[in-house]
Design a protein around this ligand. Structure first.
Ligand SMILES: [Zn+2]
Length: 291
């Protein structure tokens, strides 16, 4: 420890860990869900190894905090799933912050995701402000830097095909598609019941990514936030994002602000989804993307 620096504040003990629900998505694919998926509550999903031993499991994403990921790890271990590799779908802290709970596993991400993680970790205490529920936890959070690997090197068991999109939800977003079971692990490219924050990637790019995911005709969609979904939620999200983009273009042309547009904005199928105040930020971004 550097003696010239003050000792870090004591680690705040997390006393309000969210409930987790373990769901089998398909044979050997098990999701751990933190519903309803609002701010800071994300999901992870394990793909069990194919060998007769319990080795070779891959975990997509690792939640916000090691306390959450440790709980998920225990639930997966109880089902005989041992995680050898953690793969991060994108750089947002609510999907990587818990990766220290898998310190014995390899931790990987696509190079573009690792670059964004580096930037985010340089400014990690901003999360005390962004995610006030866990304020005080972030300054001492140890987050592993994933090893950068190319798309072709990402080995997903059970025939999983990694697909890269972006900029979409973030600068680079990984999804995994299982053609035999028609299971799509969409990460934050799909959300279910929670209004997305579409301010870090590209709204138009996200719509294109959703079109590509819909074209796969998935039966089951694992989302980064909220319960398991179907293609219906992809359509709903696409509808909402195109409404945001359209309103942003009109506002940019008229010189209007998000607050001018918001009272008349119709979120369509997302009207009943949680976190509706994110629409204002999405409109601000849409106006910037249109300008
Ligand atoms: Zn995200």
């Amino acid at each position: 420890m550097d003696p010239t620096r003050p000792a870090p504040p004591p680690v705040a003990e997390i006393t309000d860990l969210p409930a987790q629900r373990v769901m089998e998505v398909a044979d050997g694919i098990v999701a751990v869900l933190q519903e309803p998926g609002t701010l800071g509550l994300s999901n992870c999903v394990a793909i069990a190894g194919e060998s007769t031993s319990d080795r070779g499991g891959v975990l997509l994403d690792a939640m916000l905090l090691p306390e959450m990921a440790t709980k998920a790890r225990a639930a997966l271990a109880a089902r005989g799933i041992h995680i050898d590799t953690v793969v991060h779908t994108h750089h947002h802290l609510d999907h990587i912050g818990g990766n220290e709970a898998f310190a014995d596993a390899r931790c990987v991400a696509l190079p573009a995701v690792v670059a964004d993680i580096d930037q985010m970790l340089a400014n990690i205490t901003i999360f005390d402000w962004l995610i006030p529920r866990y304020a005080g936890r972030f300054a001492t959070l140890t987050v592993r830097r994933p090893e950068p690997v190319g798309l072709a090197e990402l080995a997903i068991p059970r025939g999983g095909r990694p697909m890269l999109f972006g900029p979409a939800h973030s600068g680079a977003d990984l999804a995994v598609w299982f053609p035999d079971s028609r299971v799509l692990l969409a990460g934050d490219l799909c959300m279910n019941g929670v209004t997305p924050l579409a301010i870090h990637g590209s709204q138009a790019g996200w719509i294109d990514a959703i079109d590509a995911l819909i074209a796969l005709r998935p039966l089951t969609v694992f989302c980064g936030h909220g319960p398991l979904a179907t293609v219906e939620q992809l359509h709903a999200l696409r509808d909402y994002l195109s409404r945001v983009v359209t309103a942003g273009k009109a506002a940019a042309a008229a010189g209007h602000s998000p607050d001018d547009v918001l009272p008349d904005f119709d979120p369509g199928p997302l009207a009943s989804w949680l976190e509706p105040t994110r629409t204002r930020q999405n409109l601000l971004r849409a106006i910037a993307e249109a300008g």
